[in-house]
Design a protein around this ligand. Structure first.
Ligand code: CTP
Ligand code: ZN
Length: 159
């Protein structure tokens, strides 16, 4: 941690620091976590700060909350460079990179109402291939419908 960071926002005692978020994406990460401010968590949002690796980056710090695997998988879609730091008693006890796999299963749904993944009974589990990472673009394995980054973000924030 550099001195610049310290000036922006203090270290947290317990919780999660989502670091190395692509600049400008912090609000999308909060949307995925369903954090509106009403929950009472102490949250620090740092946007467009200098980063050695990324040029500029965003950081989200959530005091008193650790993330589920499902949340981490969702964050990978909008912030594939992110690092998840679990902080306990002021120390980073776990640090891991999120992973954007080549195939996305069960996190987002197909927008084609006729797709077998949207069948009323015995629907197939949605499966998408990543055809572009920046901007994110997915294609349905079953019906070849495309899913744009905007659509993905809308789904992740709503679910
Ligand atoms: N952090 C925090 N509160 C703590 C400990 C760490 O807010 N009690 C934040 C740091 O400010 C940093 C992130 O968690 O944004 C990761 O901390 P650390 O691993 O100490 O920093 P770096 O070594 O710079 O991380 P990296 O190598 O991932 O860039
Ligand atoms: Zn489909």
């Amino acid at each position: 941690m550099n001195a610049e960071d310290k000036l922006v926002v203090r270290r947290i005692s317990n919780g999660t620091v989502i670091d190395h978020i692509p600049a400008g994406r912090a609000l999308r990460v909060l949307g995925i976590l369903g954090i509106t401010g009403d929950e009472g968590y102490t949250v620090a949002l740092v946007m467009n700060v200098h980063s050695g690796k990324l040029g500029k980056k965003d950081i989200v710090k959530v005091e008193g909350r650790e993330l589920s695997k499902e949340e981490v998988d969702k964050i990978a879609l909008v912030a594939p460079t992110a690092t998840i730091n679990i902080v306990r008693d002021y120390e980073v006890v776990e640090k891991r990179r999120v992973e954007l796999p080549g195939m996305i299963e069960g996190i987002v749904r197909c927008v084609n109402p006729k797709c077998v993944t949207n069948a009323p009974r015995e629907a197939a589990k949605p499966r998408f291939r990543v055809i572009s990472r920046e901007p994110l673009k997915l294609v349905c394995e079953y019906c070849s419908e495309y899913l744009s980054e905007d659509e993905i973000i809308a789904q992740l924030a709503g679910s």
